[in-house]
Design a protein around this ligand. Sequence first.
Ligand code: SF4
Length: 77
Amino acid sequence: MGAMKPLKILVDRDLCAACDICRETAPNTFEIDAEAKARVKNPEGDPRETILKGAEGCPMTAITVLDGDSGAKLYPV
Ligand code: SF4
């Protein structure tokens, strides 16, 4: 079995309220930029479970996570 492609992580910046929960949960994946919006700095920065926890913790449901290989939506489901 080949290596899995990185998760495809999308942040809706219009929805992001800069609460910092995603970055606190998965600090090697998400960062808050100079515009006070979350963005992905490394889609492989943390274990997949951790990245999904970060997405699930977003109070604005601003983060969508897709499987990198199949494109299947992993969150929100
Ligand atoms: S958890 Fe959601 S609202 Fe909070 S900073 Fe991350 S993307 Fe923005």
